[in-house]
Design a protein around this ligand. Structure first.
Ligand code: SER
Length: 316
């Protein structure tokens, strides 16, 4: 019987991932966990309070619930990581080490760990960035995620643990807001437009970053989870993205629906982070090895975001 633990299940991706996994494997096959308590109920999911910096607690949850597979989504993102680097180190590096070590001891089948464009740095080629390239990030988030990628490889090669992952770009979604990353503007801008507010953007108007819509992010996680192991040439180093845009480009795309919408730019510390990240990614390994194929282009993303945010923000 499959029983999947999702860590960080109250975060931007975790929340929606739990629903997707339940739709596929049944609700009783999913155990959601987070360091926070669910504010608005657990959505009918079994919930375990879990701090991934506590190895003993992980071990207990794995045993108690007969966990077979793990999606390790708990992380401190780039912007909050710069506000509290020590916490980012503990959650992202110690937390990932604990997950891998307890998974190995418990004989877990598959461990899925998302990585990020945050692993790249100023010396990485900025356009069509390949999977295997220079990794010299300058954020604590990036440093801990490079560490996670290398640890995953180590556990795979030394112990035969089945660890898989991909490097997400900025993820656009409307259900749960992102928890303080550098790419959050691409979500915030929609909330402002739909609520008839002007937007003050913390990145410069011509800063291009790779992005992707949530349904494609979820689909790719599950595709990777279900892929046959022999086909996977990489561990966590699969770059994925659907498109790239600048703040100015997304602004103009939104203005097609909201011609009155206005934007101003006031770059802060996140601009410096964004400048060390790729403008676009080469995703061919993900396409070839496990069939990565995003369905949402920028126009479909914008239309769907506006449609859903209107339902949530305007009609209630
Ligand atoms: N969305 C993340 C961040 O901005 C990138 O992985 O930190």
């Amino acid at each position: 019987m499959t029983k999947i633990l999702v860590t960080g299940a109250l975060g931007q991706i975790g929340t929606e991932l739990a629903g997707e996994l339940a739709a596929r494997y049944g609700k009783s096959a999913v155990l959601i966990s987070d360091v926070r308590k669910p504010a608005s109920g657990d959505g009918g999911f079994e919930f375990a309070s879990l701090d991934v910096t506590n190895a003993e607690a992980i071990s207990q949850v794995l045993k108690e619930h007969g966990i077979t597979d793990i999606f390790h989504m708990a992380a401190i993102l780039s912007a909050s990581g710069e506000k509290n680097p020590a916490l980012a180190y503990r959650v992202n590096s110690d937390g990932t080490f604990n997950i891998l070590e307890e998974a190995r001891k418990a004989g877990i089948n598959r461990v899925v760990i998302p990585s990020t464009i945050g692993v790249f740095g100023a010396e990485t080629p900025r356009n069509h960035t390949p999977d295997i390239t220079v990794l010299r990030p300058t954020t604590m988030y990036g440093i801990t995620k490079v560490n996670a990628e290398l640890l995953a490889l180590y556990y795979r090669d030394k112990y035969g643990l089945d660890v898989r992952g991909l490097r997400f770009p900025g993820i656009i979604s409307y259900l749960t807001p992102p928890s303080a990353g550098t790419t959050d503007y691409a979500v915030d801008i929609f909330y402002h437009a739909v609520q008839g507010k002007d937007y003050l953007c913390y990145l410069k108007k011509d800063t291009a970053l790779p992005m992707m819509y949530m349904p494609d992010a979820l689909h790719s996680l599950i595709q990777l989870f279900e892929a046959s192991r022999e086909k996977l040439r990489h561990c966590l180093e699969y770059n994925v993205s659907a498109y790239s845009f600048t703040p100015e480009e997304i602004y103009h795309a939104i203005r097609e629906t909201y011609p009155e919408f206005r934007i101003a730019y006031e770059p802060d510390f996140r601009q410096k982070i964004a400048e060390t990240w790729p403008a676009s990614l080469d995703s061919h390994f993900a396409r070839e090895d496990w069939g990565f194929k995003p369905m949402y282009d920028l126009k479909k993303t914008v239309d769907d975001m506006i449609l859903n945010l209107r339902k949530i923000l305007v009609h209630h």
